[in-house]
Design a protein around this ligand. Structure first.
Ligand code: OAD
Length: 230
């Protein structure tokens, strides 16, 4: 069994989602073309860094919620996530066990090609600065719109989705490709699809089972008494 998660997994930790209708979702307040694209970074790099540092500050004060902990209680689960936060790790999932499709907000990387990578202090994230190795700008190690997904993570996620008997889809609207296409891949290869979301989503029509409600309530119930082998 594998879990494919999105921003709704961390919503109950106080981390804003991107497209939720009911709350102050990020993309209803901020322009992704200015804050999450290579062009936006070229136009105003400080604005982009300041915005990510504001999000890092929120993350510094957040904690895993019962949904993260329920997932972490199952060592046999494989994790594919679109989330850039580190709340699954803080709940106890090993970093190697998580296939991150959209990168990580807890690291900066060189915006050019030298490969420099550095973990940042979420409570005191550094302002815009140069790469100490090559002098280009550093940027958050996340995937921006128009950028390719990390190839290794995506290939592994594809392989997992082609092999699992069940894919648990938690807190994602299904709006962003190619990540969202993994659910259709798993379904086409015969996996049962279980969707957990506070509202119907683009994954509803392909679900074998759909559980409507907060992940922090539903996942602990789902896993109660169940222990998936590692
Ligand atoms: P979205 O913000 O698009 O969707 C969040 C989903 O979580 C919605 O369908 C909500 O109904 C659901 N939700 C909210 N609270 C929940 C809760 N407590 N329990 C269960 N479900 C809940 O987030 P993603 O689908 O993750 O990309 O967005 C995909 C990508 O779009 C993100 O990774 C990000 C964004 O642009 C990048 O950063 C590259």
């Amino acid at each position: 069994m594998a879990v494919f998660s999105g921003a709704g997994l961390s919503a109950e930790s106080g981390i804003a989602t991107f497209r939720d209708q009911e709350t102050d979702a990020l993309w209803s307040r901020f322009d992704p073309t200015e804050l999450a694209s290579v062009d936006g970074f070229a136009r105003n790099p400080s604005r982009v860094i300041d915005w990510y540092n504001w999000r890092r500050g929120r993350l510094a004060h957040a904690a895993p919620n019962p949904a993260h902990r329920a997932l972490a209680s199952q060592p046999g689960l494989a994790h594919i996530t679109q989330n850039v936060d580190d709340l699954l790790e803080r709940a106890g999932v090993s970093e190697e066990g998580i296939h991150r499709l959209h990168g990580s907000i807890i690291r900066d990387r060189c915006h050019a090609c030298c490969g420099y990578l550095e973990t940042v202090d979420l409570s005191h994230p550094p302002p815009l600065r140069d790469c100490p190795r090559c002098g280009a700008l550093l940027r958050p190690a996340v995937v921006w719109f128009g950028e390719p997904l990390p190839e290794r993570a995506f290939r592994r996620a594809e392989r997992l989705c082609a092999e699992v008997d069940c894919l648990l889809v938690v807190g994602t609207s299904g709006s962003v490709y190619p990540a969202a296409g993994l659910v259709a891949l798993a379904r086409a290869r015969g996996a049962g699809i279980v969707v957990v979301n506070t509202q119907p989503s683009r994954h509803s029509s392909g679900a074998d089972v759909e559980c409507i409600g907060p992940a922090g309530e539903l996942l602990p119930q789902l896993f109660e008494g169940l222990s998936l082998r590692s």
